[in-house]
Design a binder for this molecule. Sequence first.
Ligand code: ADP
Length: 739
Amino acid sequence: MGTFSLVQKSGVVAVGLRRRLVSGKPARTFLGCVVLFLAFLGLSEASYLFVFPPASNAVFWLPSGLTMAWFLRTTKAHWPAWLLVVFLAEVLVVLQHGQPPALAMAWGAAGGLLPFTGASLLRRRTRAGFVFRRPWDVARLVWLGAAVGAIPGTLVAAAASVVWLGDPSFWHVAIGWWSSDALGVLLLCPLFLTWTEPAPPRSGRAVEALSLLVILTGGAWWVFGSVRPREIESALPALLFPLTAWAAIRFGPRGATAATVLVDFMAALHTSRGRGPFAMGSTSVAARVLTVQTYVSVLNGLVLLLAMVVVEEQKARAAAERAEQRMKFLAMASEILSESLDFTTRFAALARLCVQSMADWCVIDVVGEGGVVQRLGGAHREPGSEALLRQLEEQYAPDATSPHPAAEVLRTGKPMLLPLLTDELLQAHAVDAEHARLIRALGTCSAMAVPLSVRGQTLGVLSLGCAAPGRHYSPADLELATELARRAAISIDNARLYRDAQGAIRLRDEILSIASHELNTPMTSLKLDVQTLKRVAAPSGEPLPPSLTRVERQIQKLARLIEELLDVTRITTGRMHLQIEDVDLPALVRDVTERFTEDFSRAACSLTLHAEPSLVGRWDHLRLEQVVTNLISNGIKFGSGRPIEIWVGQADGAARLTVRDHGIGIPPDRLPYIFERFERAVSSRAYAGLGLGLYIVRSIVEALGGSIRVESTVGSGTMFTVDLPPAGPPHAAGKEGER
Ligand code: ADP
């Protein structure tokens, strides 16, 4: 086993011990008391290694680092027990050193005050305990835990020294106590905190960790262990900064705390024995102590800060990478979902995409017609295991009552996350033992099922399973699966809406076709009857009775509407045939405008017609009449009381007809739609019509090989421009056909 994995292992042990201690059982609390007591005694003995003779107290009081970390890591309910243990341990240590019992009691109380004050300040606003992961946490630990937290205990201990030991200077003692307590916290507390914090597993760094350990130990020994002064002696301690920074950058907070503790111990140990730059540079013991303490505080503070910054940066990078992968995955899923309208193909591809990245198997169940659940996609990372998926589908398809997670999600519409699929959970969600066996055979250690929901409806379920024993689905995975399921649900919904819309359009066209044919027959005989009535009412050309004129006009209107409907049916069914012949466009336009004379005067519209004498092309006479009639009647309808201008001539090698009015105009947002079926830019209450005229006009013009465009300004008027190739439609055959 490499050094680094040993180091990792000890971290795991520390985390496990901590978990056991905070879990709250009396036996464990007792175990905690014993461990704390023994560790306290051990560390207090170790602290005496760092005494600078002739001074008698240690430069760092190591138990303070231990007790602070202990109080920060455990629940407050245990604090009374820990306080008692710290008190007893401290009393024992003091008595062992031959001090009076009253002093031992006072110092015992001071020993408990330090972690109590520091931990209370640090945990003030956090219910979950003190977290030691961000740069800000280092600053808080230094300031609140070490600097402020050490004050009350220090004052008590210094007062006791003055009273029972007769120390002449209260402040001198207090400052000595305070600095060694605070440094004890700064030194050991981060070490305990980082090594009891779960850390991401890393491997493959054993050689690097071992090299660093050797270099750092050798380096620190070389820097601090020299007995003869070297020329640059005072600059040498700075050489250890990059080495500890290396530990922080490469091995995070755990590496940083381990490296700093090693350097701190070396510095204090050698200096106290009169070796190295700090001993040689400073003459008095007090100055040596202060130099070591300053060095240790600066080194620890900076290296810890660096480690936390590195952690933050790694976290941010990992989050960005995860987000990018997530985006890529969702983009690929969207592409698959938009590729075809066929669910089976789409969902099979989607399931395959899932098993390439986020799952070992994936199935997609969709509720079909009549509430029957159909499996539309199923894939396994190992193609050989897909037979198992098929067997599961055949034998245990989720239905309304089964305990299957997919069935439960269908019932509740809520996602289900099973991070660790234990045997009990598996039994609870399996129909029978065989079902459970098949699910295990798929290799399921963790699973999740998310609803395909859209517009408050659950259309199906996406189920994912993962087989790697160490990999468990997390809430973040569930979130990704939910987003994927949402997109899949939208695609199902869109496809269904599209299918329904197509059906509705087909039905509408059928009804229109039947209705227009059925209406046309009575309309033809009605027209004949009106002609007969006219002859009877005015046999020798006398003026017609007004009622009969009205009837005739209404019948013409009705006939036009029916004709429009019939034309639309012909266009949509491809039955609009053209009769191509030589047509003189100016003559045709003049004919049509003459027929409108009465309408122009009724609508108070003046007409200006500019037409070339003759412009002949291969077109369909009656259909062209229809085009001109539609454009002029729209001009009259929407430009009532204003002039209308018509121009017929040649432009760009084509025959051009423009019809311009000065009426209400068309709003720009409606312009792109007015040539579509049933599209209108006005309300039907204000202007009668079906919204079919321009659709028919465009269809005729395009069938003749030409084009039509519109320019319009609201309030100023509209101009339609029709361009027709004189040679007629590209494949003009001049066939007779249904009109
Ligand atoms: P209809 O006239 O029966 O509504 P059309 O297909 O002929 O149907 O026209 C579609 C829509 O285009 C009309 O409802 C109207 O809003 C707009 N439109 C057409 N011609 C004109 C025009 N000359 N001036 C203003 N709006 C027009």
